[in-house]
Design a protein around this ligand. Structure first.
Ligand code: G6P
Length: 590
């Protein structure tokens, strides 16, 4: 959420515009750029997407120093006045900010009788820089940093200095260099387009980039040596039909193979037997889709492990008094590795003596830095806001990690673990068979698009799949949707069944087929329409037949028709599937 880019290079304005387009998944309600001129700083900003900013900036002269921002509103409504950058009243500083300045009201009072141009917390930073300016921008920046509470990645232009200054506390920020210039950015994958060497700014750091390179300090002013690495160059291209989501769904078979290889090549779980046997509870913590993968992994692995498997929503975990001590292992699951709630949860586990284990798609992320162990899910860049392939890769990684935990604890035999590794090889082909039926899903989506509400139901290991199917559908189609354990429908929700309601039943366990058949009959008897996702059919439901797989890996396959169903339904309704309203990817505020 909110993307920041800064460039010191030839054509800094056009490069910043290009970078903002790549960062647009982080927020897309307004955007702006500040360009350093010889005697002034010019600011261009507008409500709307980067395309609107490109239009506004057509013909604007180049500069060799610029900063830019794409916004996901937190404080202040969506309008041009609240778009970043903000100028200080004397117009000597321009500021862009990602995060929340939690004490901004108190700081505004401290600033006294000044007139703000926006309703944002971020503008305060520009005003503080002017107020405390002592002739040295870095010293002033550090003075301001020590006054700010909350989360922030801030980039600053100062008049007459061919430099960009920045602050980082909690919100992500990376710097990078190449033969062509020096850059800073919210996202490693994005900056890798410009920089051949990248360093993550440590939490609690102040940064100065110039043609001479990168200098980093902690908030007391002590220098920190940047830790540069060569980033993986990331391709970021939409699919043939112009959106990322369908392309990302169709990558699932390939990415599942890489996820398994990633587990094997990364050395597996990497816990000692003594450590693995110490745990009494294993938390699986994440938000949104990542939470659903924790639910799924816990549900599938419960029978394998003699330990409590506890999936918890990250924002609940932080304040929810969950017991943590040296006997707790926590898997912190996050595609981006930057979701603030999940990073805070990791910090809480670590501060209470638990063992933290990041399961992420971004090895250089804040989450990876906050955790003792990291497993990379190897899903490759995911840009559609609604997560798809990362979910399947999280399931693959977690299944293998949890099964190996069982081996170390003695509840799973080495033979069963080896069998799981073998069975997991069949998953990509099973997913490919589902993808071959995408035209059938698209036809069913025509009917779903006419419904006013859709309920997803499943029992035991199929319930988390129902949760993920429901989340996908509501996120991108805006149709009201809920997930229920199938047996729970009759305890209230049956009252909502009528002809423009659809129920999607997920069933992968033949032993529970009969129970699910009863649930389907109960809803159709009350006038609702039913669809089924199962390796078999039900008399009262329109089927989407999926291949039968090992129950431990079945969810990696059965979720795929639901991902496709959400996609095609949203398309049918004319929604912007990659950038659904009000949402953003990489939610870096609590
Ligand atoms: C946002 C996105 C969701 C995503 C969630 C967690 O809410 O809209 O699609 O599942 O963040 O993201 P993470 O990067 O932590 O997996």
């Amino acid at each position: 959420m909110c993307g920041i880019f800064g460039a010191i290079c030839d054509g800094a304005v056009s490069n910043t515009l290009k970078a903002l387009k790549l960062l647009e998944y982080r927020g897309y309600d307004s955007a702006g750029i500040a360009a350093l001129r010889n005697d002034k700083i010019d600011v261009y900003k507008t409500e709307g997407r980067i395309a609107a900013l490109q239009e506004l900036m057509r013909g604007v002269p180049e500069s060799d120093v610029a900063i830019g921002h794409t916004r996901w509103a937190t404080h202040g409504s969506v309008c041009t006045a609240n778009a970043h950058p903000f100028l200080s009243p004397d117009k000597k500083f321009a500021v862009v900010h990602n995060g929340i300045i939690e004490n901004h009201l108190q700081l505004k009072r401290e600033l006294g009788n000044v007139r703000f141009t926006s309703q944002t917390d971020s503008e305060t930073v520009a005003y503080l820089l002017e107020k405390y300016f002592d002739g040295d921008v870095m010293r002033t920046l550090l003075t301001v940093a020590r006054k700010l509470q909350g989360s922030f990645a801030i980039a600053v232009l100062a008049l007459c200095e061919r430099k960009i200054y920045a602050l980082r506390s909690k919100s992500p920020l990376v710097v990078g260099t190449s033969a062509d210039g020096v850059f800073l950015c919210s996202d490693v994958r994005c900056i890798s387009r410009w920089a051949s060497r990248v360093a993550v700014c440590p939490d609690g750091s102040a940064v100065e980039i110039s043609a001479d390179g990168v200098r980093i300090f902690d908030f007391s002013g002590a220098p920190i040596q940047p830790d540069f690495f060569v980033p993986e160059r990331a391709e970021q291209a939409a699919g043939a039909n112009g959106d990322f989501m369908l392309k990302e769904i169709f990558e699932i078979p390939h990415r599942l193979r890489l996820a398994k290889q990633g587990y094997v090549n990364g050395g597996g779980l990497r816990l000692s037997v003594a450590e693995a046997r110490r745990f009494r509870r294993v938390y699986l913590i994440g938000c949104g889709t990542a939470h659903n993968s924790g639910l799924q992994a816990a549900s599938s692995a419960r029978r394998l492990l003699d330990v409590d498997l506890l999936p918890v929503v990250a924002s609940e975990f932080i304040y929810g008094d969950y017991p943590v001590g040296a006997d707790a292992l926590a898997f912190l699951i996050s595609q981006s590795g930057e979701t603030a709630d999940t990073v805070r949860a990791a910090e809480r586990v670590a501060s209470l003596g638990g063992v933290t284990y990041a399961v992420t798609n971004t090895s250089e992320s804040s989450l990876a830095f906050a955790c003792k162990y990291t497993a990379n899910i190897c899903a490759g860049g995911e840009y559609a806001v609604a997560s798809t392939k990362a979910y399947n890769c999280q399931l693959m990684t977690l299944a293998l990690l949890l099964s190996e935990l069982g081996v170390l604890r003695g509840s799973v035999t080495a033979q069963s673990h080896a069998e799981l590794l073998r069975n997991s090889d069949a998953v990509p082909d099973a997913v490919a068979q589902v993808l071959d039926k995408s035209a059938d899903v698209a036809r069913l989506a025509e009917e779903v698009a006419r419904c006013k509400a859709v309920f997803f139901i499943g029992r035991t290991t199929d319930y988390p799949t129902a949760c993920e199917g429901s989340l996908k559908l509501k996120e991108i189609s805006y149709i009201h949707s809920e997930a229920y354990p199938a047996g729970e429908l009759k305890h209230g929700t049956l009252a909502l069944m009528e002809s423009d309601v659809c129920v999607v039943a997920v069933s992968t366990d033949p032993a529970l087929k009969g129970k699910t058949a009863s649930s389907v009959t109960e809803v159709t008897a009350r006038g609702a329409r039913a669809l089924s996702v199962a390796p078999y059919t039900f008399p009262d439901a329109t089927p989407l037949v999926i291949p039968q797989t090992d129950p431990f890996v079945a969810a990696m396959v059965s979720v795929v028709p639901l991902q496709l169903l959400a996609y095609y339904t949203a398309k049918r309704l004319g929604r912007d599937v990659d950038k659904p309203r009000h949402l953003a990817k990489s939610v870096t505020v609590e």
